[in-house]
Design a protein around this ligand. Structure first.
Ligand SMILES: Cc1cc2nc3c(=O)[nH]c(=O)nc-3n(C[C@H](O)[C@H](O)[C@H](O)COP(=O)(O)OP(=O)(O)OC[C@H]3O[C@@H](n4cnc5c(N)ncnc54)[C@H](O)[C@@H]3O)c2cc1C
Length: 454
């Protein structure tokens, strides 16, 4: 008989925490509890992937309706009704949250709608003051958006707030160059908001393949986003009607709304972690070994709170690896290699493996790349271009990276990711018959290297 209240206490009901709790309780019969201080489903469901993707869908109807005219449709786009969309969005998130609650209850997980913090290696304290003990504690508190410390930044919103706007602004300034900033620039622009984006760096989407991010940037500008690179906000102040912004490029302008998408920090403040011996990194991330174990053997961590690869499917995998390791006696390291991912800009970017710049450090490579105007939008008279790119190791012939900028790139990269994860060579791609007429057929028909890098 265990002397603890539970075998596992999970703090945080987001992607990683819910999966770990459900699998531990449902598949191993462990006695599991989970505390969530806000809404079940966490960032992904409530203020991340899901509402964002629904907003991307909403914003894509404007160009689609324009293009329909070229295809013979007599169609005029009416106004976009933000309150109607927001109502439907909120109803959908309520539905999804309900599913998460049901899944936990159905697996036998006891839930506490409260903030929890760690008191010692086996004890957590709920905001109600109640204390619970557990053989293992799993930290799955995720992260939150942070603002950079700009004077007047209290007048700006973050991605957490953008889903709840009372009305759609006439103009918005988005500050940042990461995927969240770029995705929301595309969304707002598509919804008809005058969209300006400032990014202090030389190019958006730092860390991704240069050619791919260059094309996304060009296309965003082409679509109407006023993108200023090498530009940052100096200060901002509230005026009667909006927010007055002074920027490093000399701009002194008013915007209805300013949104900072300038990074995220792990939710580890006031959690009692360092006091019990859990080590934190520079950004406050929980430091763990390959199995997700902290310096306190009974305490593990998964997902964004560890600030490794901050993506929903990764948090879920880490949660499952934790259960394998601790509850199934099968030590399992989550695999962080060759993770396919999509950036839902317009056009989308899908990417897996090494960028050309990273691959150059791994020895001689061949680069196969083609950029062209795809049939569907070309017919509608658009200049939009897409990119298909493969990075190949000259010695082993293995495809080291694949980068696609195109509508639907997220769907494409999921499938290319399987081949690349299996170790496919360029010749395996070449042996595969093209699906015609598609954009992605180019990925199996590029015969001659665009560049060879010794
Ligand atoms: C705008 C945006 C768009 C995104 N888009 C994508 C995407 O397209 N694809 C993708 O893969 N990823 C995307 N992500 C990232 C993805 O949402 C996260 O990687 C994922 O949600 C991490 O899961 P998690 O379980 O680690 O944490 P979270 O989902 O953040 O869950 C943590 C939970 O813990 C709760 N919590 C925190 N502290 C406590 C406490 N002390 N006590 C009790 N509860 C607590 C929080 O309320 C939260 O519900 C996006 C993120 C954002 C912000």
């Amino acid at each position: 008989m265990s002397n603890f209240d539970y075998d596992l206490f999970v703090i945080g009901g987001g992607s990683g925490g819910v999966r770990a709790a459900r699998v531990a309780a449902g598949e191993t019969g462990a006695k599991v509890a989970l505390a969530e201080e806000s809404r079940y489903g966490g960032t992904c469901v409530i203020r991340g992937c899901v509402p964002k993707k629904l907003m991307v869908f909403a914003s894509e109807y404007a160009p689609a309706m324009e293009d329909a005219k070229a295809y013979g449709w007599n169609i005029e786009a009416g106004d976009f009704e933000w309150p109607r969309f927001r109502g439907a969005l909120e109803a959908e998130l309520d539905r999804l949250e309900g599913i998460y609650r049901k899944l936990l209850a159905g697996s036998g997980v006891e839930t506490f709608d409260a903030r929890a913090k760690v008191v010692d290696a086996h004890t957590v304290e709920l905001a109600t003051g109640e204390r619970k003990t557990a053989k293992h504690i799993l930290l799955a508190m995720g992260g939150r958006p942070i603002k950079p410390g700009t004077p007047g930044e209290e007048h700006a919103i973050t991605s957490n707030d953008i889903f709840h706007l009372d009305k759609l602004p006439k103009s918005i300034l988005i500050v940042g160059g990461g995927y969240i900033a770029c995705e929301f620039a595309g969304i707002m622009n598509g919804l008809g908001v005058e969209t300006t984006q400032y990014y202090r760096g030389a190019q958006i989407l730092r860390g991704f393949d240069e050619e791919a991010r260059g094309l996304v940037s060009e296309e965003m500008i082409q679509n109407g986003v006023e993108l200023h690179l090498g530009t940052n906000v100096i200060e901002m102040e509230k005026t009667g009607s909006g927010i007055h912004v002074k920027a490093t490029n000399g701009d002194k302008r008013d915007f209805d709304v300013v949104m900072f998408a300038t990074g995220r920090h792990p939710n580890t403040e006031d959690m009692g972690l360092e006091e019990v011996g859990v080590k934190l990194g520079r950004k406050g991330e929980v430091l763990v070994d390959d199995y997700g174990q902290t310096d306190v053997p009974s305490i593990y961590a998964v997902g964004d709170v560890t600030d490794r690869v901050n993506l929903t499917p990764v948090a879920i995998r880490e949660g499952m690896a934790f259960v394998e390791t601790v509850f199934k006696g099968n030590p399992t390291k989550p695999d962080h290699e060759l993770i396919p991912t999509a950036i839902f800009t317009q056009p989308e970017m899908g990417t897996v493996g090494l960028s050309e710049e990273e691959a150059r450090d791994h020895g001689p490579i061949e680069v196969y790349a083609t950029s062209f105007r795809p049939m569907q939008t070309l017919f509608a008279g658009r200049e939009a271009r897409v990119l298909m790119k493969l990075i190949v190791c000259a010695a082993t012939r293995k495809v080291l990276g694949c980068h696609i900028v195109a509508p639907g790139a997220g769907e494409m990269i999921q499938l290319a990711g399987i081949a690349i994860k299996m170790g496919a060579t360029k010749e395996d791609f070449d042996r595969t018959v093209a699906v015609h007429p598609t954009m992605s057929e180019e990925i199996v028909t590029m015969k001659t290297p665009t560049r060879v890098v010794e």
